[in-house]
Design a protein. Structure first.
Length: 400
């Protein structure tokens, strides 16, 4: 497999800091170390440690898919991201991305859950899907369209009385999130990245030639440039304009498999996403079936404000998923987790610089898609910081 981790051109900075050791920060540090032609020193600062329980980049699974709507950018990026995840897996000696397929479900028009948030700003799921599939055709991405009868035969877990049609993104699947971050951390340190856990950055500033990081305790450290990969914690260091990011709790429920466990095994059941009620889930993985609701549950001002999921919310998520997967209605809940999303105004990423000298680069507004695109976003942020030049394909992702 030919590497796509080619060296950056026009390297102008040889001393880079990355703040935040989640999947975006790790991907940025790894790209800077491996694509910096052996000349770039990279220091990775983390307030606690990679994968700590309250981190955003944790848990056992995340969705990876190519079908992202009518904007071709995200399908192009998904193709590149998949290649990068495959090469990261090869370097780590661990399979991180499992290409089990992702099934996107269109509800029948009479269903009250006919139109979900995934298809915004469209009002018609069929039109959204038609335009989205044109992008897959243009990008030569494999998929399969399944009408209700065919869906019932191929995937009998799903209720054909509720689902009108489905599209199987055949080479999409499941990213093992915790394995991804632990593997990236190991690859980073192997590539020369200086990992600094329990090193909380409390302030950042920049001048013409460098940026200054102040650590908890008052110590100041200079670097030629810094990348802030803090997502929902970005406002701790940068005073973003009000309304730039909206944070919300996102409930995740882990179900024990029902008696017909074989129907939920990997290879029998794909990852699934409802385009009607925006619920999604995974086949049986590490003994549980993970399901969640992509809609915002409760708005928060900071990730530290997350609360334990109430019983009523657990029941609501189970009811929504059980509406189109009846066998899960009575499934026993093994555990829950309250994740969070940081959303931009228009739902797109924010990948930008804070100062005119491009000494402080930052990425946020991941909206639950960090793992899908982390290797691509990390490469763009690292290139921006090291060269001082904004990559052309993130011109439209400046702060809005």
């Amino acid at each position: 497999m030919e590497s796509i981790f080619s060296h950056f051109k026009n390297i102008r900075r040889q001393d880079i800091a990355v703040v935040g050791a989640g999947v975006i920060g790790l991907s940025t540090a790894y790209a800077a170390a491996t694509q910096g032609a052996g000349t770039v020193n990279v220091t990775l600062y983390e307030a606690i440690e990679t994968g700590h329980p309250d981190a955003a980049s944790t848990d056992q699974s995340r969705v990876f898919r190519h079908l992202h709507g009518p904007d071709p950018k995200y399908t192009v990026w998904a193709k590149e991201s998949g290649q990068r995840w495959d090469q990261i897996s090869k370097a780590a000696g661990q399979e991180i991305l499992h290409r089990l397929g992702v099934l996107l479900l269109l509800h029948r028009s009479g269903d009250p859950n006919y139109v979900g948030g995934h298809i915004k700003p469209y009002n018609n799921p069929t039109e959204w899907m038609s335009d989205s599939l044109q992008v897959l055709d243009d990008q030569k991405v494999n998929y399969q369209r399944l009408k209700a009868g065919q869906l019932e035969r191929q995937f009998p877990q799903f209720n054909p009385d509720v689902i009108e049609e489905a599209v199987l993104d055949q080479n999409a699947g499941l990213i093992e999130a915790d394995l991804a971050t632990s593997s990236l951390l190991r690859l980073c340190t192997k590539s020369g990245v200086k990992y600094q856990p329990y090193s909380r950055v409390t302030a950042i500033s920049a001048d013409n030639s460098s940026c200054i990081l102040e650590l908890d305790g008052g110590k100041e450290i200079r670097h030629e440039a810094a990348v802030l990969a803090l997502n929902g914690w970005t406002n701790d260091l940068l005073s973003l304009p009000k309304g730039t990011l909206t944070l919300s709790e996102q409930p995740m429920v882990y179900l024990e498999p029902p008696e017909s466990e074989n129907l939920f095994a990997q290879g029998t059941m794909p990852v699934f996403i409802s385009l009607g009620n925006d619920c999604n889930g995974f086949p049986l993985h590490r003994g549980v079936i993970k399901v969640s609701d992509d809609n915002p549950y409760r708005s928060i001002d900071h990730p530290d404000q997350r609360k334990t999921m109430p019983d009523a919310e657990i029941a609501r998520v189970k009811e929504l998923v059980g509406g189109f997967i009846p066998l899960l209605r009575g499934a026993k809940v093994q555990r829950t987790n309250m994740c969070f999303y940081d959303r931009s105004k228009d739902g797109n990423f924010i990948l930008d610089c804070w100062d005119n000298n491009t000494r402080i680069i930052y990425g946020c507004g991941m909206s639950g898609r960090a793992f899908k695109f982390a290797p691509v976003i990390g490469e763009r942020l690292a290139r921006f910081a090291i060269t001082g030049d904004r990559p052309t394909d993130i011109n439209d992702l400046q702060i809005r």
